[in-house]
Write a protein that binds this ligand. Structure first.
Ligand code: BGP
Length: 521
């Protein structure tokens, strides 16, 4: 297993345009969306285990789909089993991880970006001792990955904290959760020293302000007159920044050679017109996204967000020493997810909207959208890579990118009684094309001189969607035979994109020059 020394050589690519030899090709998923086994192995309930599958007329405005209230949580806690709660079963990785890793090895992957379920290690979050069965589960997984030469890139918290910390502590609004996270971070950094080289602290930390429950375990409460509803989420975010800096220090203390990264959902905003007012609006929107990485890479809050708080009357409580802790414990690399670009204007009503799930934004006339209304913008990825590299000059890592689509399974499973072979197939040329278009832009950015560690395609295998809890919003190159209600064999079927992705890794990206997909049959 190779690791890139990020500290000494800021631009190891030599800008040839080829992917570096040690490029970390991989796939990515999250414990709450893939594992299942929600009440096994000593695991406690997590905030994701109480999000029900809500059938929506159209999965456009999904904010409500990701939220939870005290009432909905109480109902969920009282409901046993997995029916109606897709994240309790995920893709059953908890029981099938060995054969799934064999599939990843078959693809020749160099990296697997995954997360640890905090509630598997500390079931209630404030337990004094960790759950040994949980620690052992990931230890065996990391040992298997090492055997296969696959580097784990491990997120400490991916939209998942013990439910007890949500209901009894108020999630990340409570400063006490920082100390509990530090205990968790020290426990896993110590136990997996030498097995995990790349750590990410919080997944898409900018989600906490956009989706407070999902990002920060902040339950939607009756609005408190006179208090800006965003007060709680910005307070929670500050506590996460403090916890992230502290976890960075802990990992470096435990294993000085380990690398810690932050993780940003990077959505670049383009001005809707050349009207300077639109340009300034887009700059503001970009800065309200980038201030999150400013804190974790540069070690301080930007003037933009401090002014925003002043203007909005948001008063974030900080404790003595917080500024120093943030400044002294910045990350080694910046990782991000890239799915779409957005459009900004001071007069959005002048423009039509995409109606995209998660982010309904102004429709960009130059771009098409996915089935879920997300702008398809491969060139935007080159723009983002150059923008982040120029802004921070720290190594970058694309840890999520991919196309959510409704795939069609054809053929039938093997029938040994009839001697009939398994003829199940998934032809997904649209997904291969998505990868080709985006990765060609990644290669351009490398030629532009961007220092990029790797690329882990979202999903790997089909998993439960974060925003809609659908199984049928599929990202994987491996099909999982299950529907939104969990019906199906959960068999894994290699899609056409599986074979293409294998060639991508085998050729270290040279397949990008070939014409589109190789059919599997
Ligand atoms: C990112 C999350 C992932 C993932 C992905 C796709 O925001 O980090 O957890 O799910 O988006 O989104 P979705 O599953 O909503 O289609």
């Amino acid at each position: 297993m190779t690791t890139v020394d990020t500290a000494t050589d800021p631009s190891p690519t030599g800008a040839t345009g080829a992917f570096p030899d040690a490029f970390l090709w991989g796939v990515a998923f999250a414990a709450n969306q893939v594992e299942g086994g929600f009440d096994e192995g000593g695991k406690g309930l997590s905030q994701a285990d109480v999000i029900p599958f809500r059938v929506a007329s159209d999965y456009v405005d999904i904010t409500s789909l990701m939220e939870a209230s005290a009432a909905s949580i109480a109902q969920a806690v009282a409901t046993p089993g997995t029916d109606g709660y897709p994240k309790r079963r995920g893709s059953d990785f908890y029981h099938r991880w060995e054969s799934d890793i064999d599939l990843f090895a078959e693809m020749g992957l160099k990296a697997l970006r995954m997360s640890i379920a905090w509630s598997r290690i500390f079931p209630n979050g404030d337990d004094l001792e960790p759950n040994e069965e949980g620690l052992l589960f990931y230890e065996r997984l990391f040992l298997r990955l090492r055997e296969k030469g696959i580097a784990p890139v491990v997120t400490m918290s991916h939209y998942e904290m013990p439910l007890n910390l949500v209901t009894e502590y108020g999630g990340w609004t409570n400063r006490a959760v920082v100390g509990l996270f530090e205990r968790y971070a020290r426990t896993i950094a110590t136990r997996y020293q030498g097995l995990v080289h790349y750590w990410l602290t919080f997944n898409e930390i900018n989600t906490t302000v956009i989706e407070p429950y999902t990002g920060g375990g902040v339950i939607a409460r009756e609005p408190d007159p006179g208090v800006d509803p965003r007060q709680a989420s910005y307070q929670a975010l500050h506590h996460q920044f403090v916890a992230s800096a502290s976890a960075t220090r802990i990992v470096h203390d435990v294993d000085p050679s380990a690398q810690v990264g932050c993780m940003l959902a990077r959505m670049s905003h383009y001005p809707a017109s050349s009207d300077p007012a639109d340009v300034v609006k887009a700059q503001f929107d970009n800065n309200m996204n980038l201030f999150h990485s400013d804190v974790q890479v540069r070690g301080r809050y930007s003037g933009h967000v401090r002014r925003f708080w002043r203007d909005q009357g948001i008063d974030v409580r900080m404790e003595p020493g917080d500024d120093e802790l943030l400044a002294a414990n910045t990350v080694d690399f910046l990782s991000f997810s890239y799915y779409m670009s957005l459009v900004s204007s001071v007069a959005p009503e002048k423009y039509g909207a995409t109606g995209g799930n998660l982010f309904s934004t102004i429709k960009n006339p130059h771009l098409s959208t996915t089935e879920w209304g997300w702008h398809l913008d491969p060139e935007g990825l080159r723009y983002v890579l150059n923008d982040l590299w120029d802004r921070y000059q720290v190594p970058l890592f694309i840890v999520e990118n991919g196309l959510g689509a409704t795939d069609v399974l054809t053929g039938s499973p093997a029938d040994p009684t009839m001697g009939a072979p398994d003829t199940r197939r998934v032809h997904d040329p649209y997904r291969i094309d998505y990868f080709v278009q985006h990765l060609r832009q990644v290669r351009e950015a490398i030629a532009d001189g961007v220092n990029l560690l790797g690329y882990t395609a979202w999903g790997g295998l089909d998993i439960v969607s974060a925003s809609t809890s659908q199984m049928t919003k599929r990202y994987g190159v491996i099909y999982v035979d299950a529907d939104d209600d969990g019906r199906g064999s959960f068999d894994r079927i290699r899609k056409d994109s599986f074979y293409w992705y294998k060639r991508l890794v085998d050729t270290n990206g040279e397949v990008l020059d070939e014409l589109m997909s190789q059919k599997s049959d």
